[in-house]
Design a protein. Structure first.
Length: 263
């Protein structure tokens, strides 16, 4: 059966075009803007947006009637798992980084309201205090890697994450609901240039960590995290010693990501 036997589904094509179009607007877009961009009639655009909203892929702002993408859009890329680009691009570089920093490092990506460790050198570092780390979830607002992601992602995505965390009704949701805490956290992280955790996470009171984002086309793809025993040194000392090597690895990862056509 030939691939051209069936006609293209126009409604699906138009819906995907709107998702792609919304992705180009920072902070949302109106029906009129999307109609002008796509060349579709406003009524058609509105009908498609309402369908996408019903399916959870976009949401409408009550304040200005604009539309924006939701985190559910990320599910559309689940066919290509984060682990694939990490294994092919980042994993070898983490091995090289271990020779320079000795302390274990992790490469983490976002999964809902937490970061998940996808690759790590814990099992190879002689200073590691944990061995089985791949797959472990790290809360966004209490860990270095989570804070780095949260601070460096787009404002629109940050608002989505806040809403998601608040809806969980757990320890992290209370922090997410504290707007003053959230704003200070973002400001502090951006000012320093890295996320930090100095015994802030209840499950790991003895550890400290620093983390920096891995960017690709203005999107945070993940974060590189270095973990150490908190009493070994202050956060500032860890940053002075290890950030240059970490930034070098992130730069290499980003350069290779630019060449990976499937990202």
């Amino acid at each position: 059966m030939s691939e051209t036997e069936y006609k293209a589904v126009r409604g699906l094509m138009r819906g995907l075009a709107l998702i792609n179009g919304l992705n180009r607007f920072d902070g949302g877009a109106s029906t009129a803007q999307l109609a002008e961009q796509s060349g579709l009639h406003r009524t058609t655009v509105r009908r498609l947006l309402e369908t996408l909203q019903a399916e959870g892929y976009v949401r409408r702002s009550d304040s200005d009637d604009s539309y924006r993408l939701t985190l559910k859009v990320r599910e559309l890329s689940e066919g290509f798992r984060d682990e694939q680009w990490i294994s092919s691009v980042a994993a070898p570089l983490l091995g090289e980084l271990l020779q320079k920093v000795v302390w274990p490092t992790d490469l983490c990506t976002l999964d809902g309201d937490a970061m998940v460790i996808r690759e790590t050198t814990h099992r190879f570092s002689r200073l590691s205090f944990h061995r089985s780390m791949v797959g472990r979830r790290l809360p966004l607002l209490m860990t270095a890697t989570g804070r780095a992601y949260f601070a460096y992602c787009s404002p629109a995505e940050r608002e989505e994450l806040i809403e998601l965390m608040i809806s969980r009704e757990d320890e992290q949701s209370a922090l997410a609901a504290d707007r003053r805490f959230v704003d200070r956290l973002v400001e502090h992280t951006l000012a320093k240039g890295y996320g930090e955790n100095n015994s802030h996470w209840g499950l790991e009171r003895k550890i400290a960590a620093i983390a920096i984002p891995v960017m690709h086309e203005e999107r945070v793809m993940g974060c590189l995290n270095l973990v150490y025993i908190a009493k070994a040194m202050p956060i500032e000392e860890a940053a002075r010693r290890y950030l240059p090597a970490m930034k070098g690895v992130v730069k290499q990862i980003q350069a290779q990501l630019a060449d990976v056509s499937c990202v």
